[in-house]
Design a protein around this ligand. Structure first.
Ligand SMILES: C[S@@+](CC[C@H](N)C(=O)[O-])C[C@H]1O[C@@H](n2cnc3c(N)ncnc32)[C@H](O)[C@@H]1O
Length: 222
């Protein structure tokens, strides 16, 4: 297998890797009772779920900012991101109560004070956040409409940071989804980055990071 040029674990401290390892154990343990990830992929939890979620650390979120994870399931990517970025606030939203209860338990056991899990439909969440993230939950047009309803403005002008918007993990051919997004949300910009060229791991051949933003209008109106 060719060498990877980047690995999301490289930038983490030993304590953060230990926390992720404790999260992996909890996910495995709870997955026997609650369907948090598919049983087949549970064997490969570290690579397919945790490393994949950590691909969203390709860039950072500004200290003090907040992100909402739509359809968090067992806390993916919410919990890995909360561990990687202890100075942001992470809201984890899911419509299935037992998954949200599991995420609350994970946050408590991992002593993560920056994770808040909420049970209900994304369309009804009453909070707000600077960024949205998501993995394997809904088409881009839905995710974007959820994001625009709750977004709080932020200045994030450093190229080290994600541009304010929706940053999600997707797989396969996205052309129809992107077309539908443009149809629903005129003027948004979509940037796709393949994960395989970064990680050189076969599991990620079809996987992408997709960033959706709304560039400021030339007149300065939002
Ligand atoms: C395929 S799972 C992915 C879970 C997690 N993001 C992951 O990558 O493992 C999709 C999750 O989205 C949740 N979901 C789907 N539609 C939703 C909605 N409208 N509001 C809240 N949660 C939703 C489901 O309950 C489910 O837990």
């Amino acid at each position: 297998m060719p060498q990877s040029t980047w690995d999301p674990f490289d930038g983490l401290s030993d304590a953060q890797v230990e926390q992720l390892s404790a999260y992996e154990s909890l996910l495995e343990q709870f997955n026997r009772r609650v369907n948090l990830v598919s049983p087949e992929s549970a064997q490969r939890m570290w690579n397919e779920h945790i490393r994949h979620s950590l691909c969203l650390t390709r860039r950072s979120f500004p200290a003090g900012s907040s992100i909402v994870d739509w359809g968090t399931g067992g806390g993916l990517p919410a919990i890995p991101l909360a561990i990687a970025f202890p100075d942001i606030t992470v809201y984890a939203v899911d419509s299935v109560g037992k998954k949200v209860r599991a995420v609350r338990t994970f946050a408590r056991r991992l002593e993560l004070e920056n994770v808040f899990a909420w049970n209900g439909r994304a369309e009804e969440w009453t909070g707000s956040a600077h960024f949205s993230v998501s993995r394997a939950t809904a088409p881009l047009a839905d995710l974007w409409s959820w994001h625009e309803r709750i977004v709080a403005p932020i200045d994030a002008d450093s190229s080290d940071h994600w541009p304010p918007g929706l940053i999600c993990l997707k797989g396969g051919d996205l052309s129809v989804e992107i077309q539908e997004l443009h149809h629903e949300a005129d003027g948004v910009a979509v940037v796709e980055e393949g994960i395989y060229p970064l990680l050189k791991n076969d599991h990620f051949r079809e996987k992408k990071i997709v960033a959706v933003t709304r560039p400021p209008s030339p007149s300065g109106d939002q």
